[in-house]
Write a protein that binds this ligand. Structure first.
Ligand SMILES: [Zn+2]
Length: 426
């Protein structure tokens, strides 16, 4: 699977119609969620049926305008939120955070393989459902000409600060020839450096957000100055808000770009990569570290790492972060450190290493052990078991869905050995 993105060019009227479609998708998702809350034992199938009921309902005429498969896609969005909640419950995670939320500001609408049509030269798209958006131009640096319409299984329209975009999910297995490097590496994701590998090499932390922070602050101030409480907002306010949103967009694009390039470089020069599965969401809660962590964009980095690994046929393993900083990578003795201790000094074997370098070595060893255990284990899952897991685990992230079988298995292995409480059998 690959995702090709193109900017949508059209008239104000067309944009407003797209907004209507986005609102309708949100309406369907929220209604499904409410239905699930109000009734017991609701299944995915029930939500799909609810879609057609909504379409026939005279009180919600907009639901009928949306393409029927798009309606289903949004029922699926609700279902995936519900499913994630159930999964978290099984893993023992509870609390407000896991509970499915209603959406008020959806930015996207998803079509499956109907409701839209591409022109012969692939430079235009026509939306054919009841919103009558019509034909819009596609601006993209990548060519859609190489793919048939059948290969495109989903089209997602996204509203961003600087316009509307269409993402095409193309069913095409991207494969690249990986030259065997004879190298394996463990990486420690850090704050001082973006990451340190087990050979002691470091990659600098970009800190784009810090650099743009001054400008963001200024723009935020401008927005709040122009805000009038309890009244209709002025044009000046709306302009200021747009400028702020654009600055945020710029920073997030810079981050994404850096994460992608770093991940690709790492995959190209190694055959086996092990990283630490930091529970980033938990760490962001820690306010002192929060900004630097989000800034460092570890999450995007690990996502790209997994994607490129699959494309290039390289093994990537995530290991739980237990004791990787404390253990001595040479003799295994425990050496306690505070957050500010930058050097690892082992009193048992005399090893002196940079703190992150030591951790990276531990991470590599852990990953290697996990891989050995997996390869030596005789108990495995059947292929159909794995398919079932995959079908349920629909996420918002397309890349995640297309992870290879091997990764999936390792993923399961990891959960079993990890710090989380064991799954409660259904
Ligand atoms: Zn030691």
């Amino acid at each position: 699977m690959i995702v090709i993105e193109a900017k949508l060019k059209g008239t104000q009227y067309q944009y407003s119609k797209l907004d209507e479609a986005i609102r309708t998708g949100q309406f369907i998702r929220n209604t499904c969620l409410r239905y699930w809350e109000d009734n017991k034992g609701v299944t995915r199938n029930d939500l799909q049926k609810l879609c057609s009921v909504l379409a026939e309902n005279k009180e919600t005429p907009w639901a009928k305008k949306l393409n029927s498969q798009a309606r289903q896609a949004h029922a699926d969005r609700a279902w995936s939120a519900i499913w994630r909640f159930y999964k978290n419950c099984r893993l023992g995670k509870t609390g407000k955070k896991c509970y499915p939320k209603y959406k008020n500001f959806s930015r996207s609408i998803e079509y499956k393989n109907s409701g839209w049509k591409l022109s012969a030269d692939r430079k235009q798209i026509t939306f054919t459902d009841g919103f009558e958006v019509g034909t819009m131009d596609l601006w993209s640096s990548r060519d859609l000409v190489w793919y048939s319409e059948k290969q495109i299984s989903r089209v997602r329209v996204i509203r961003r600060a600087d316009g509307y975009y269409a993402q095409f999910l193309v069913d095409w297995d991207r494969r690249e020839e990986h030259e065997f490097q004879g190298k394996m590496v463990g990486i420690d994701l850090g704050l001082k450096d973006f990451h340190t590998d087990s050979d002691g090499n470091t990659v600098e932390n970009p800190r784009y957000l810090r650099k743009s922070e001054r400008r963001l602050k200024m723009l935020t101030r401008r927005v709040s100055k122009k805000h009038i409480k309890g009244k209709k907002q002025s044009n000046r306010y709306r302009k200021a808000r747009k400028a702020l949103a654009k600055q945020h967009l710029k920073v997030s694009r810079q981050r994404e770009d850096k994460a992608r390039k770093d991940a690709l470089a790492l995959v190209k020069s190694n055959d086996l990569i092990v990283y630490e599965d930091l529970k980033i969401q938990n760490m962001v809660k820690n306010h002192h570290l929060a900004k630097s962590i989000s800034d460092a964009s570890w999450y995007q980095f690990t996502q790209w790492l997994q994607y490129f690994a699959k494309v290039n046929g390289v093994i990537v393993i995530a290991v739980p972060p237990h004791n990787t900083t404390v253990d001595c990578s040479c003799c295994g003795a425990k050496v306690k450190k505070t957050l500010s201790t930058r050097t690892h000094r082992c009193s048992s074997c005399g090893t002196v290493l940079d703190r992150d370098h030591n951790a990276a070595k531990n991470i590599l060893a852990k990953g290697f052990k996990l891989l050995t255990e997996y390869l030596n284990s005789t108990v495995g899952h059947t292929e159909s078991d794995l398919k079932k897991v995959k079908a349920q685990g629909e996420t918002d992230l397309w890349l995640k869905n297309s992870d290879g079988l091997v990764l999936n298995r390792l993923d399961e292995l990891r959960t079993k050995n990890s710090w989380e409480s064991p799954a409660i059998p259904r």
